[in-house]
Design a protein around this ligand. Structure first.
Ligand code: DHK
Length: 149
């Protein structure tokens, strides 16, 4: 089975240091460890990555088309700006879930719109690090039901 790509965008390398009241006190390494353990409990493996570059995220999404069974993506602020990520996710043609640690709808108006939401299966936000685990569970459920179908 191919891995789930868990892709993280800009500033997520600062987790644990960055606005802990909004994003929590766990580091990105803590998030990765939790994702790996959760995926493993579901019989999945993960490839966990972070970049501050929009182009690198686009390239990783293209790569996922052949190398991943699904994508869980926290695109950070590119969520609210990037048509390129929207187009890449459409091109990937694999199950994808958008996720956020914070509830973006309770925050500034500029975070309320997602360019990538129309290109993914669903969106999870507001559950802190659990958002990552919920996104992996959602992909597992999509992959399992696809197999049954
Ligand atoms: C992370 C970011 O960096 C923000 O730009 C998004 C998201 C929200 C999060 O909650 O994980 O607006």
């Amino acid at each position: 089975m191919k891995p789930v790509y868990v892709l993280n965008g800009p500033n997520l390398n600062m987790l644990g240091l960055r606005e802990p009241a909004v994003y929590g006190s766990e580091t990105l390494k803590d998030v990765e460890d939790r994702c790996r353990a959760h995926a493993s409990s579901l019989g999945l493996s993960i490839d966990f990555r972070q970049t501050n570059s929009e182009g690198e995220l686009v390239s990783w999404i293209h790569e996922a088309r052949d190398r991943a069974c699904g994508i869980a993506i926290n695109a950070g602020a590119y969520t609210h700006t990037s048509i390129a990520l929207h187009d890449a996710l459409k091109a990937a043609e694999c199950p994808a879930v958008e996720l956020h640690l914070s509830n973006v709808h309770k925050r500034e108006a500029f975070r309320h719109h997602s360019f990538i939401a129309p290109a993914v299966n669903g969106v999870i936000c507001g559950f802190g690090v659990n958002s990552y685990e919920l996104a992996i569970s959602a992909l597992h459920s999509i992959l399992t039901s696809n197999k049954k179908g």
